[in-house]
Design a protein around this ligand. Structure first.
Ligand SMILES: *Cc1c(COP(=O)(O)O)cnc(C)c1O
Length: 387
C-alpha cells in the first residue's frame, strides 16, 4: 500500500465516516449496548468490536491498522511501552523447559526478561554474538522454541542475516521475533523475510516527539489472536486512547522526520568518521561499517542513531566532552526531535573505569531534527576537549 495512504487515510473512514479531518479520541473505558445480542456479539469478538478499552478502542484501532500496514503484517497490537510489547511477544512463545537463542546484547530490559525473569520459570537461554548468523543457528538445541533478533542491534548495530535465520527456524518449527526499532518500519520490512513477530519501541521514531511511551507488536492473524486473548488482555499493558491519538498525529510526519533525521545523521557521520579525536564510529551507513552487504540487503535508509568511541581512556575527558555539548542533550532514549548523547559511562561504577575492556569512552549519539551544521559545530567544539 502507498505510504501516504497508510499515514493519512488508512483506518480512518470506518467507523467514523463523519466530517472530522482528524479521528476523534474515544476517551472511554466502556461501551454500551442497546440489546443483549449486540453485547454478546461484541464480547465474542472482543479483539475488534469495542467492548471494554483494555481490549478494543476505536482510536487505538485506527493506529493498529496503520502500524500493521507499515510492517506489512496482518495485525498489530499497541502497548503501554516497547518493553511491554517485547514481554508479551516473548512470553507468548515459550513455556517451562524451553530454550531461547537471543542476540548477545539486546535492549537492556529484554535481556532482563530473558535472563532474569524467564529463568525463574525454567526457560533457558543463550546469548550469541549478534553479527554471527552462523553462531546463532549453531546454538539452537532440541528444545529451542524461539530465536530473538535485534537487527541492527543496540549501541553497535550488528546485523543478522534475517532470511537465513527465518528459513532455518521455519524448518525446525521455531518462532522468530525481531526488534525493528532502530531501522523503523520505513527502512526495514522484516515480514518480507519471514519474521513471525516484529516489535518496536514506538516511544522512538513512531511517536517521535519525546512525549509518548509506547510499544507495538506486528504479526499474522493466528499469532495475533492468541496474544490478544492471553498476554495482551491479561497483562493489560495497553496504550491510552489519548496517546494512541498522539501517535496517529505523529505518523503524519513519520516519512518527513525520517528523511530529515537520516540526511542529518549522514552528514554528522561523515564528519565524525574523519575526525582525529574519534577512535571508532559505529554507524550502519559509514564506510567503516563491518557488514555492508547486510545493510545493502535489508536497509533502505539509515536513521539517526550512531555510536562513537572517543580517542581517550581518561574518564575526566569523557565527562568534560559530555558537559561541553550544548545541542546534543544528555539523555537516554532517541527517535524524537531532539539530538541526544548517552554516554556508556553513565551505566558504570567508577571502580571499573580502568578495567581493560570497559568502553568508558563510548557515547551513543542520536541525531535529531536540528540543522546538521549546528550539530557538527557542537561536536567540533566538544571534541576540542580531547587531547
Ligand atoms: C527503547 C527501546 C526499547 C524499550 O522501549 P520502551 O518504549 O522504552 O519500553 C526496546 N528496544 C529498543 C531497541 C529500544 O531502543
Amino acid at each position: 500500500m502507498n505510504i501516504d495512504d497508510i499515514l493519512f487515510h488508512l483506518g480512518e473512514s470506518t467507523p467514523f465516516g463523519g466530517t472530522s479531518a482528524s479521528p476523534p479520541i474515544y476517551q472511554t473505558s466502556n461501551f454500551i449496548f442497546s440489546t443483549l445480542d449486540q453485547m454478546k456479539t461484541a464480547l465474542q469478538h472482543e479483539d475488534h468490536i469495542p467492548f471494554y478499552t483494555r481490549g478494543a478502542n476505536p482510536t487505538v484501532q485506527v493506529l493498529q491498522e496503520k502500524i500493521a500496514a507499515l510492517e506489512e503484517t496482518e495485525h498489530s497490537l499497541i502497548f503501554a511501552s516497547g518493553s511491554a510489547a517485547i514481554t508479551a511477544a516473548i512470553i507468548s512463545q515459550v513455556k517451562a523447559g524451553d530454550h531461547i537463542v537471543c542476540v548477545s546484547n539486546p535492549y537492556s530490559w529484554t535481556k532482563k526478561l530473558i535472563e532474569g525473569i524467564l529463568a525463574k520459570f525454567s526457560v533457558a537461554s543463550d546469548f550469541v554474538e549478534a553479527s554471527d548468523t552462523e553462531a546463532i543457528l549453531a546454538h539452537v538445541r532440541e528444545n529451542t522454541r524461539l530465536i530473538y533478533l535485534e537487527s541492527p542491534n543496540s549501541w553497535t548495530y550488528e546485523m543478522q542475516d534475517i532470511e537465513v535465520i527465518t528459513t532455518f527456524a521455519k524448518q525446525q518449527g521455531i518462532r522468530t521475533i525481531l526488534d525493528n526499532s532502530c531501522a523503523s518500519p520505513l527502512y526495514q520490512k522484516p515480514a518480507r523475510y519471514g519474521v513471525d513477530i516484529i516489535v518496536h519501541s514506538s516511544t522512538k521514531y513512531l511517536s517521535g516527539h519525546a512525549d509518548v511511551v509506547s510499544g507495538v507488536l506486528c504479526t499474522s492473524s493466528d499469532i495475533y489472536l492468541s496474544i490478544f486473548k492471553n498476554e495482551y488482555m491479561t497483562f493489560g499493558a495497553i496504550i491510552s486512547p489519548l496517546e494512541a491519538w498522539l501517535m496517529i498525529r505523529s505518523l503524519r510526519s513519520l516519512e518527513l522526520r525520517m528523511e530529515k533525521v537520516s540526511k542529518n545523521a549522514l552528514e554528522v557521520a561523515r564528519f565524525l568518521e574523519k575526525h582525529p579525536k574519534i577512535a571508532q564510529l559505529f554507524y550502519t551507513h559509514s564506510e567503516s561499517f563491518a557488514q555492508p552487504e547486510l545493510v545493502e540487503k535489508y536497509l533502505t535508509g539509515n536513521g539517526g542513531l550512531m555510536t562513537i568511541d572517543l580517542k581517550t581512556n581518561n574518564a575526566h575527558q569523557v565527562e568534560q566532552f559530555c558537559n561541553t555539548l550544548k545541542r546534543f542533550k544528555l539523555g537516554c532514549s532517541w527517535g524524537g526531535f531532539e539530538s541526544l548523547a548517552f554516554p556508556a559511562i553513565t551505566t558504570m561504577s567508577s571502580l571499573n573505569y580502568n578495567k581493560p575492556d570497559t568502553a568508558i569512552n563510548r557515547i551513543r549519539l542520536y541525531v535529531g531534527l536540528e540543522d546538521s551544521g549546528l550539530l557538527i559545530d557542537d561536536l567540533t567544539n566538544a571534541l576540542e576537549i580531547i587531547d
